[in-house]
Design a binder for this molecule. Structure first.
Ligand code: SF4
Length: 380
């Protein structure tokens, strides 16, 4: 796929949170120039919404918007993930391709099939680079995956510090500096020390260690859980309210299930756990992340979390199914659960009010349980 004048081709990909940092490293390793479009913003959303069917899910609209901005910025290729599974993701590729063509955008379109695991990722990188160079491609895969895991860990650290920070915004400021260490590093050998420096940056945040903090898991459709624009910066808002969040679905957990061969893994993956824990309520994969979401509610209760929030795009079929199962789970497991359905119409004020009310409910429940525990102690 090299151009005749040997100029490096520019390959772009849609945003999903911070995933661009890992993609950029992988593409550079195979000698391709990554082109990262501006992070998803209102303009991206309006490009996507204007050129999409109204009822299509939010990730589709945002991805299309990212591609339009990438091509306008000079990308030669736009790369998209696909899966021939039960949800609509399998149809998105051809829709996006034909929409771009109808709009007159001239860029090549390439797909990474998630069902092909590591072999699919290898073939995808070989095709983009125009060379079947196993050493280079395996190095590219290695650094991409390792950066994803490093960022997942930094996200957890951010969540811890943000829920306890003394000056609102400090943890996120430090996290942004931390990400730069990960983004700048070019080799896996240097990644460990870059990670330590990044973590130290976040740990500079001044915190109140004795603060009363709530612990909440976030589950739902993976794009919305991991992309802060599409979830309206939910973790920042919750952090401001003294809530430490944990994403049940991360890019890393997805890689363990879809890309990294099981032979390289010692621990149970998210999907393996989901297949067991979702059992009484859902017995098979119904597409998207529904199986994981159903099991995540049970898991959150088991781990003693104060609550769980389920975020999904409007019209997402798998998540509509899981939301219909939640009332039954709640009868068996007494855990506060909030479901949030997002689209381009979701208003901010009402959204924040729902979060505040949920946090208030969890806090009162927790205090009541603590009091009950103390009373029981006195009786003994
Ligand atoms: S899981 Fe839902 S939101 Fe994600 S691509 Fe499928 S239908 Fe769309």
């Amino acid at each position: 796929m090299k151009k005749e004048n040997e100029k490096k081709i520019k390959v772009s990909f849609p945003h999903m949170g911070t995933i661009h940092i890992a993609w950029e490293a992988g593409l550079r390793k195979i000698g391709v120039e990554p082109y990262t479009p501006p992070y998803t913003n209102k303009k991206t959303l309006s490009y996507g919404t204007k050129n999409s069917p109204e009822a299509v899910c939010l990730p589709y609209k945002l991805i299309l918007g990212n591609f339009i901005e990438a091509i306008e910025g000079g990308a030669d290729y736009v790369a998209m993930i696909t899966s021939p599974g039960i949800c609509r993701l399998g149809e998105y590729g051809c829709n996006i391709q034909s929409t771009l063509k109808d709009l007159g955008y001239d860029a090549n379109y390439i797909e990474l099939s998630l069902y092909d695991g590591i072999r699919g990722l290898y073939n995808f990188l070989a095709k983009i680079s125009g060379k079947n160079d196993p050493i280079r491609i395996m190095r590219a895969i290695n650094i991409t995956i390792r950066k994803i895991f490093a960022i997942d860990d930094l996200d957890s650290a951010l969540s811890y510090y943000r829920a306890r920070e003394i000056n609102f915004g400090d943890a996120e400021k430090n996290y942004k500096k931390a990400l730069k260490y990960i983004a700048d590093v070019e080799s896996t050998l240097d990644l460990k020390s870059a990670y330590n420096k990044a973590l130290a940056e976040i740990e500079k945040t001044e915190i109140d260690k004795n603060k009363e903090v709530l612990y909440v898991d976030l589950t739902g459709e993976i794009f919305l859980v991991n992309d802060e624009f599409s979830n309206q910066y939910i973790e920042r808002e919750l952090g401001r309210m003294g809530v430490q969040t944990r994403r049940s679905l991360t890019v890393g957990s997805f890689l363990k299930d879809a890309i990294i061969p099981k032979a390289f893994q010692s621990k149970e993956t998210h999907l393996q756990r989901a297949e067991k824990m979702a059992k009484p309520y859902l017995n098979r994969d119904i597409g998207g992340d529904a199986l994981e979401c159903v099991s995540d509610v049970v898991f959150a209760k088991k781990k003693g979390k104060d609550g769980i929030i389920h975020i999904s795009p409007f019209t997402c079929m798998p998540e509509i199914m899981s939301q219909n199962i939640f009332p039954t789970i709640k009868e068996d497991h007494n855990i506060p659960l909030l479901t949030l359905i997002m689209d381009e119409q979701t208003g901010r004020a009402g959204y924040i009010t729902r979060l505040e009310a949920f946090v208030d409910l969890m806090r009162r429940k927790k205090r009541a349980e603590t009091m009950k525990g103390k009373e029981a102690e006195k009786v003994k």
